[in-house]
Design a protein around this ligand. Sequence first.
Ligand code: NAI
Length: 299
Amino acid sequence: MTIRFDDRVAIVTGAGGGLGRQYALELARRGARVVVNDLGGDRTGTGASDAAQAVVEEIAAAGGEAMANGGSVTDYDQMVEMVARAKERWGGVHILINNAGVLRDKTFAKMEPADFEFVVRVHLIGSAFATKACWETFRAQNYGRILMTASSTGLFGNFGQANYGAAKMGLAGLTKTLYLEGAKNDVRVNTLAPTAGTRMTEDLFPAEAFKLFDPAKVVAAALFLVSEGAPTNQIVASGAGVTAAVNVTLTPGKLLTGDDLSPEGIAANWDAITDRTGEIVPKSGAEQGMLAAKALQAG
Ligand code: NAI
């Protein structure tokens, strides 16, 4: 069955280039009306340009409908304004892809606190602000699809990207609570960890890999995750045409009592504690407490 977005309004943040532009183009091609948000700065988040407008013109030239928005995701009022403009013109907003991002890489030893804060502000706080600006609309209409953009750095780590990694893992955490709070109103929330050759990765990838990791190859996973039949609470990795699932798991653990419940007891039982046999993927934080209760009951 063809996945279409007719009668849907989608906001893609940071859609003036890279991955966001690809998402916006394909959403529009499949019938969505798209808000192309981007303030058009450089990779570090400095400066501004009309990158969003250029993508809107590209969409229009292909017969689609889009509007540009030059607001910064770090400014909550601008996000509220962006949603208001979309609703005014098209009567609603149904999809939000939080994609805007910047890099200020340095080892933690050399990183200025301000650069840590700025990167967390754009990725994590910016995604929360854009989401918050849409949230009541999604709840009121009993429909919303939200995609957070994480990264392998956040999920698994990468030398020199402490600020970025912290923000990106934070987004997976945001997904895990918002999916619970949105479930009653059919608001589904997922996280995508893309790998793509864009300006963000141009000095990381050799030329050959850069081509293999064409950002267009991430579009399929992103669009599926904001479609009507999307799952919820999923973390998906996508790059070069390979799509994979990422899970946060919990081992069955080990019940210790008396003298064994000591740092020495933990050390002595470390292998059993970390044994992954029978590990689960909890659907909410409550399952951690339930696991302990069950272990106590079993004695
Ligand atoms: P990109 O640099 O081409 O795209 C990011 C866009 O966000 C830019 O157009 C930029 O102007 C915009 N932006 C930055 N700050 C903004 C703000 N405050 N408000 C609105 N827009 C803002 O890079 P790329 O690769 O397309 O990145 C897209 C997303 O994917 C980012 O969140 C990035 O962290 C994430 N990502 C990319 C990976 C890759 O391999 N390219 C790997 C993992 C994650």
